[in-house]
Design a protein around this ligand. Sequence first.
Ligand code: NDP
Ligand code: 8X3
Length: 253
Amino acid sequence: MSQSAFITGATSGIGYATAKVLASRGYRLGIAARNSEKLEAVKQELEMKFNSEVYTYVLDVRDAEAIKQVAAQAVQDMGVPDVLVNNAGLARGLESYEETDEADIIQMVDTNIKGLFLVTHAFLPGMVKRNTGHIINLGSTAGLYAYKGAAVYCATKAAVKTFSDGIRIDTIDTDIKVTTIQPGIVHTPFSEVRFHGDKKRADAVYEGVDTLHPEDIADVIAFVLDRPLRVQISDIVIMADQQATGFMVSKTP
Ligand code: NDP
Ligand code: 8X3
């Protein structure tokens, strides 16, 4: 039977690109996000273009009970996934910490940390029981290099990296692999979400930068998954050519 993958945040940006690449490689997919219409549109596209088997799950990863229900349903629909891509995540705001909105802090922590931890908690026991599985966690260069106005976002991404290392240790006696992907600047709706829908401000982030494309990250994920069993890629840092660290971007190439 073909390989299966469960991807959170598969309706936009990196998650969407990853869904397309994996569908093109014959994976059966479980795709999750909050917006049901977008999920259905992605499902239809993947079915039409790649004749894929796709299951959709409306899920807010901040909801612990919903995660349990969706994971149980996904296992019923497609079996324990061979691959879990913990991609759903976001930044909110770019203010100094003392000025950061409390709701934004909570949303980042609940989505990027709690959600990712609990989605993993829901699927990992099945993987351990089967002695196989690959967990791909979306960290960020922001988790390696903090930058101004992003203390919380950067800390959530540092947590993702440390969490990945921790579960890699916990599953060392199994064939389970854990990979953290840490991209730099990727042009997606990420900045529009960060700036609460302010498109002009979001566009300015990418102006004059030959950014990464979501497909660049999806290709790396496919590469990581294609390695033979003996190879475990723990971390990948991938930046735009114009980047030196997380937020150090040259706009005069
Ligand atoms: P997008 O905003 O394009 O996509 C985010 C996806 O996550 C959407 O599908 C969104 O769907 C989903 N999502 C957001 N919140 C939730 C939630 N609470 N529950 C379930 N799904 C949710 O962002 P990117 O593709 O850019 O980002 C994807 C990941 O990559 C994030 O973890 C981000 O931190 C990370 N990253 C991004 C970089 C970049 O420069 N863009 C660089 C480094 C890392 P919906 O709103 O319908 O729920
Ligand atoms: C998203 C990339 O540099 O905007 O993680 O934080 S950055």
